[in-house]
Structures are given as C-alpha cells and as structure tokens.
Design a protein around this ligand. Structure first.
Ligand code: NAP
Length: 465
C-alpha cells in the first residue's frame, strides 16, 4: 500500500464538484476526525484563504446532509489555505510550493477541466512537486482508448502506478460495496453463479430527470461515455468477476480487469441508442444534435463461467422512473405438476439488487399457493438496507478521499482497467448508429426491444416516485 498523505492540494477549489461533493466530504471527514493537516485550494480566482473558507461554509450548508457544528467547522477552517493562479503557469506551482513544508506528504486532487489534466501533471513534474507525491484524477479518464492511453502515459511518466488514484465515485458508494459483499460472502450463490444456472443478467440505470441545464457538458459526452463505459461496466465486473484470492487492491482489480478483457468488442448491431423528445431544445444543445440520452446493449462474456449468458445494459435520461437495478435471472425449473396450468412456463427465480433509490436485495422464490391445490406462486424475499442504515454516514467522496490519503487503491481504477473499459467500445465510439427518438417518461425507444430475447422483454424496475 502506498504511503499515507497528510496534505491535500485541491485543484478546482472554486469549481462545481468541489462545492457539491468535496467540501461536504471534507466536513464529514472533520466529524470523523480524519482531516488532513492541510488543505490547499488552488484556482484562478483572486481569493484568499478567508474567502475560500466562506465558500466552503456555503457549500456545506447547501449540499451536505449534516448541519454545521461550529466547533467541527472550525477544525476544517483551520486547515484551509488558498493559492491563486493559472494552471498553465509555473508560478502557480511555485506559490503552492511556498505553502508546503518539508513534512508535507501531498495528495494532489485534479478536479479540473479534462483538457487541463496533462498540463497540470506536466507542470507538477517540471516544478518538482510530483516527486514523492500522490495524485487523484477525476473522471472522465479520456474519451476513448487512445486518449486514455495518452493520459496514462503522461501520468506514469511522472508518478508510479502506486501513487495514482483514478476516481470513479460510483465505486465508493455504499450500495456498490454491498453488492460486492452479497455476491462473494454467500455460499449458496457460488454453485449457481454461472452459465449452467443463470439465463441472463440485466442492468438498468434509469433516470426520470433530463440533463438539468448541463447541455454543454452532455453534448460532449452522451449516455455511453457518461455512465455506461465507467459506472455500469464496473457493475458488470463486480457481478461477473471470479472471487479474488484476497481483498487487497491488486487481487480485486486483477479479477475485474479479466472480465473486461473477456468481453468481445461490441459492434453496432449490439446497441440501440435513443434521444428523448425535447433534448434538442435544452440550453446548450445543438438543434440537430445526434447525442444519445439513452443506450441499450447486449453482449457476452467469453469465459468458462459466463459463455452464452446474455448481459443486457440499459441507461437513459427522462425515463419512466429513477432506478438502478441489477437483475440476475436463474434458469427456469422443469415443469412439474405444481406449475399452474394457465402458466406457459414455470417462473424463473430472480435476484434483484436495487441500488437506487431505496436500496434492497430481493430474491423471488416459489412457494406453495395457500389452499387445497398443490400449485406454486412467486413471492419476494426482501432485505432493505436503508432500514438498517439509519443515521450512518456513507458519502462516497469522503470514503474515497480518506482511501486516497491513506494510499488504499481498492476502490480506484488501475491503468489497464480504464483502458480495457474503453476497448470494449473501441469499434463503435465514432459511430453509434441511428439515434431513435423516445417519449419522456417512457422506457426508451421501441427499437431497443429487438435486443432482448424472451417473451417478457426488458425488466422494468418498480416505480417508487
Ligand atoms: P468547473 O465547475 O468548471 O470548475 C473548474 C475549476 O478549475 C474551477 O475551480 C476553475 O477555477 C479551475 N480552472 C479552470 N481552468 C483554470 C485555469 N486555467 N487556471 C486555474 N484554474 C482553472 O468544473 P467541475 O464541474 O468542478 O469539474 C471538475 C472535474 O470534475 C472535471 O474533470 C469533471 O469532469 C469532473 N467531474 C465533475 C462532476 C460534477 O458534478 N461537477 C462530476 C464528476 C466528475 P476558477 O473558478 O477560479 O476559474
């Protein structure tokens, strides 16, 4: 494990991510007594430390679940410093250096526009700040295989892999860690967790809201780059990986990368894209935009465990509900005398892992229908995580910041991991094929139905709104 850092230098200190996520996370760390000794904010604005502290307070008031306790906030305020300057100028880095002392072991957090990642890394090296330090790189990690390789090359020229933390905040979410534990800590699942007993895996990430005024950002990204290539492929890896030999970062990441390597490159006929009606009227969106706000796909994983099992992914905005669900459909049991005479086929068992909203895991099982007849009916055995979690703090950014400061890589992507994830889509990124219009509030374009096998079609997560 890499060495522990005691100083955080935050590039992007006046930005949106810092306000929404990083300052509330630092406040949680203050509550838990896990603050670094120094937090140096760096941005272009001509502020001083006092102005940054006031903005940090506003951000916590607006975005944190916690209300401000003055003594705790005081602890955070006491460690905050500010360095003003342009990231393209060496003088900015000299100013940071002046605020550092010999004892500081630094974690640089690059919450900056992606076009500046390589500039900042290069200047950290040139001004001798990189040596012996660690670095967190925000997403997106490149926009295709070539750019992710270039960024990796740039980082690895100046930092050891051990000192690099590629963040995907999805991996720090409590729900995602719950999936990892449920998947691997239960003996009853393991013998059935393969192509002999599982008929399909389906992952849905539906959002009932649109792009929320972020047209400029979304036009550059689209649904595939925004959530599928990173977040949803991470979920696929967790569902499909072999049990790692130990819980250390390398063992875990080895197994996840193997899954990505075993996915044959996806082609255009495996994917259907959509765009919600009205997207082109959103602020910052091109009137003739072909950017996808919905994507559905089907693919296989060529491994002993999964060969022949279809994996389906569906993600979209302005969908019928907001829900992220993973559905595992087990093979149907044989038709025995207690199947209902009016049912064409016996029900398969389903395991559904719902991460948002209302986290729960449910297993549909067959029980005897009460009464005289010997027939079966499906019921859901449900465990509700939220009921257990009353009052527990589970902020992904606080967890990931603490992990990065402590040098724990388990929840961060490795160089080969991000490159493999881009490779899966290498053949289609330049041309995703036609983009079909769909109604806001629907489950996406009808054309997506052609991807799915079986009479039941796509699984529809329950609506909770
Ligand atoms: P943002 O609001 O545009 O903030 C950019 C920050 O960088 C500001 O602090 C800005 O300082 C500073 N900056 C930009 N150019 C500079 C320059 N030449 N010299 C000095 N400072 C400069 O961006 P953001 O939304 O916070 O996003 C930051 C990173 O996080 C991006 O990589 C983004 O992809 C990633 N991310 C963001 C979110 C989110 O919800 N916002 C979610 C996931 C990932 P000034 O304000 O002083 O100009």
């Amino acid at each position: 494990m890499a060495e522990i850092c005691n100083t955080l230098v935050l590039f992007g200190a006046t930005g949106d991510l810092a306000r929404r996520k990083l300052y509330p996370a630092l406040y949680e760390m203050a509550i838990d007594d896990r603050l670094p000794d120094k937090v140096i904010g760096v941005a272009r604005r001509d502020w001083d430390a006092g102005q940054l502290v006031e903005n940090v307070r506003d951000a916590i008031e607006e975005f944190s679940d916690e209300s401000i306790d003055e003594a705790t906030f005081g602890q955070l305020a006491d460690v905050i410093l500010y360095a003003s300057g342009d990231y393209r100028e060496p003088e900015t880095y000299h100013e940071i250096a002046r605020q550092l002392s010999r004892e500081d072991r630094v974690l640089f957090y690059l919450s900056v526009p992606p076009s500046l990642f390589e500039t900042v890394v290069g200047l950290l090296a040139e001004t001798e700040l990189a040596a012996g330090s660690h670095v967190v790189v925000e997403k997106p990690f490149g926009r295709d295989l070539e750019s992710s390789r270039r960024l990796n090359r740039c980082l690895l020229e100046h930092f050891d892999e051990d000192a690099i933390f590629r963040i995907d905040h999805f991996l720090g979410k409590e729900e995602v860690l719950d999936l990892l534990v449920f998947r691997l800590a239960n003996t009853f699942l393991e013998p059935a967790w393969n192509r002999h007993y599982i008929d399909r895996v389906e992952i849905t990430m539906a959002e009932s809201f649109g792009i929320e005024g972020r047209g400029g950002f979304y036009e550059e990204v689209g649904a595939l780059r925004d959530v599928v290539q990173n977040h949803l492929l991470q979920l696929v890896s967790l569902v499909a990986m072999e049990p790692p030999v130990s819980a250390d970062a390398e063992s875990l990441r080895d197994e996840k990368v193997k899954v990505l390597k075993a996915i044959p490159r996806i082609s255009q006929d495996q994917i259907v894209c959509g765009q919600y009606r009205g997207y082109r009227d959103e602020k910052g969106v091109d009137a003739e935009s072909e950017v996808e706000t919905f994507v559905a796909m089907k693919f296989y994983i060529d491994s002993w465990r999964w060969a022949g099992v279809p994996f389906y992914i569906r993600a979209g905005k302005k969908m019928a509900t907001t829900a992220t669900e993973i559905l595992i459909e087990f093979a149907r049991p044989p038709r025995l005398f207690f199947a209902r005479s009016d049912a064409p086929q016996p029900h398969p068992n389903h395991l559904i892992f719902r991460t948002k909203p209302g986290e729960r895991v449910s297993i549909s099982a067959e029980i005897k229908e009460p009464g005289e007849e010997l027939i079966s009916r499906s019921v859901d055995l449900v465990y509700d995580y939220d009921e257990d979690r009353e009052g527990a703090r589970d902020d992904a950014y606080a967890r990931l910041l603490v992990d990065a400061l402590e040098g724990d890589h388990r929840l961060f992507a490795r160089a080969d991991g991000v490159e493999e994830a881009w490779s899966v889509f290498e053949n289609i990124l330049d041309d995703l094929g036609p983009v079909y219009e769909y109604q806001p509030g629907s489950w996406g374009p009808e054309e997506a139905d052609r991807l799915i096998e079986g009479p039941e079609g796509w699984h529809r997560p329950e609506t909770e709104e």
